[in-house]
Ligand binder design. Structure first.
Ligand SMILES: Cc1cc2nc3c(=O)[nH]c(=O)nc-3n(C[C@H](O)[C@H](O)[C@H](O)COP(=O)(O)OP(=O)(O)OC[C@H]3O[C@@H](n4cnc5c(N)ncnc54)[C@H](O)[C@@H]3O)c2cc1C
Length: 428
């Protein structure tokens, strides 16, 4: 395995920020959602502390693709050039291979009237991307504490979140008081659990194995999804000569991993003729990381004194690969409501602000949630995907529309309408 395969970027010698007693807002988690939220809050003049249990760069199992609209948010945060300079791959669309071998090809610069912030998506290893985002939050004025784990959310007598309990290096947890607690702590969020907001979905229950290979043949500027009856694999360039490879299988197949995750991925590739030759000279470059099951949606994205953002609020399935965008956009969306909640002079005022955040989330993401579920269902029922693929492979304009929706710039209503669905399901 190449020594630098996890691409840690430049050495980070920054002295640890001491854990304060209090802040106006504490953001739990410094991934894309936490970094973006802290960036927007710090820019609005809020005294914000970010606490992450990891030290960055830290690995995060992810296919690492960002939609064209994510570039708008990276530009807002002033890091788009840095992300590109770090070697991000440019992806012009997606190709999906259905179980019956049909290919759905869709490009972002499609045959329709919508245009994204750019005509390309970006893809970059999370070990490179996430520190860039967190450093942007730091530069904006957020205090960032790495290697400190939040164990609990403290509540006041009225049951309102009043801060968190933070521990570093095996020391006893100490309180950090805050007027607003923001849970950006990803899947299995401690903040969501403690505030009884968690709701795991029964469908789809999938697990993922993620790694990087160097030397995969014919990795171009389309992200690839190869769907089979027993799962799917995503393959895409992440720049710097590496391809991200993510195999996603039903959680019921976890027992098949007994020979080891590495062997499982190797066998998956070897047993698929369309992949085998392309990996003949490829070398695995990073450890295989496992994650899942991942589908969950909080009952709501707020509680008195607290809000959730990113995966802590909801995540469905990697297939549509938009979690980084949702995390960045979620931070941008939350910030003004968080500022209003902090400025409120009564519990009712705070509640009004946080309820408005919930409505804004549903308005922003609701259509996309439906499309994700539609695609997730097709992936779980191969005859359905085969049928859709047969139609879409012959009608590239429809495929472009669907890829534009997953790219976050075509409104979900462009595919969630009787005309599109009838053509998809009824055309010969
Ligand atoms: C297999 C797979 C493939 C995916 N592929 C894509 C893709 O191609 N494109 C895409 O856009 N999205 C993809 N996603 C989704 C994407 O990875 C997530 O949506 C995104 O990382 C969410 O960002 P976040 O900041 O909410 O959470 P995270 O990135 O998970 O960050 C959460 C942070 O919280 C910290 N934390 C957790 N608990 C605590 C605690 N108790 N105390 C302190 N810190 C804590 C963690 O250390 C972490 O740094 C994929 C997901 C999976 C599972």
């Amino acid at each position: 395995m190449p020594a630098d395969a996890e691409r840690p970027g430049p050495a980070r010698t920054r002295a640890d920020t001491p854990i304060p007693d209090s802040a106006e807002a504490v953001v739990v988690g410094g991934g894309p959602a936490g970094a973006a939220t802290a960036w927007w809050l710090a820019r609005a003049g809020v005294d914000v502390v970010v606490v992450d249990k990891a030290r960055f760069p830290r690995p995060k199992p992810c296919s690492e693709y960002m939609s064209p609209q994510a570039s708008r948010l990276l530009e807002e945060m002033g890091v788009l050039a840095e992300v590109e300079a770090a070697g991000a791959a440019q992806l012009k669309g997606m190709v999906i291979r259905a179980p019956n071998g049909s290919l759905i090809r869709g490009v972002f610069a499609g045959a329709h009237r919508w245009r994204g912030h750019r005509d390309r998506g970006l893809s970059l290893q999370r070990t490179l991307l996430d520190p860039i985002l967190l450093d942007a939050a730091r530069r904006a004025g957020a205090r960032v504490i790495e290697g400190a784990s939040v164990h609990d959310v403290t509540l006041d007598r009225a049951g309102r979140a009043s801060g968190v309990m933070v521990a570093t290096g095996g020391l006893r947890a100490a309180p950090l008081r805050a007027r607003l607690v923001i849970g950006a702590d990803g899947l299995r969020s401690v903040v969501a659990r403690r505030l009884a907001l968690t709701r795991m979905s029964r469908f789809p229950r999938r697990i993922a194995l993620v790694t990087h290979y160097a030397g995969v043949a014919d990795v171009g500027d389309l992200g690839e999804m190869h769907v089979d009856r027993d799962g799917y694999v995503g393959i895409a360039s992440v720049g710097n000569g590496l391809a991200n490879v993510a195999v996603v299988i039903p959680a019921s197949r976890a027992g098949d991993l007994s020979a080891g995750r590495e062997r499982f991925i190797e066998q998956w590739i070897e047993s698929r003729p369309q992949l085998r030759d392309r990996f003949a000279s490829a070398v695995r470059a990073t450890p295989v990381r496992a994650t899942g099951p991942f589908a969950s949606r909080a009952r709501r994205a707020w509680a008195p004194g607290a809000a959730l953002v990113g995966d802590a609020a909801d995540f469905f399935d990697p297939f549509t690969g938009e979690g980084i965008y949702a995390a960045l956009r979620g931070g941008e969306l939350l910030a003004p409501y968080a500022v209003a909640a902090l400025a409120a002079t009564s519990p009712l005022g705070e509640r009004t602000a946080l309820e408005a955040y919930e409505r804004a989330r549903r308005h922003e993401f609701g259509g996309k949630w439906l499309v994700e579920r539609m695609i997730g269902t097709a992936v779980a029922f191969p005859p359905l995907l085969d049928r859709a693929a047969t139609v879409l492979s012959r009608r590239p304009a429809m495929a472009d529309l669907l890829v534009g929706v997953t790219g976050d710039f075509v409104p979900a209503s462009a595919v969630l309408n009787p005309a599109f669905l009838a053509r998809l399901l009824l055309l010969p």
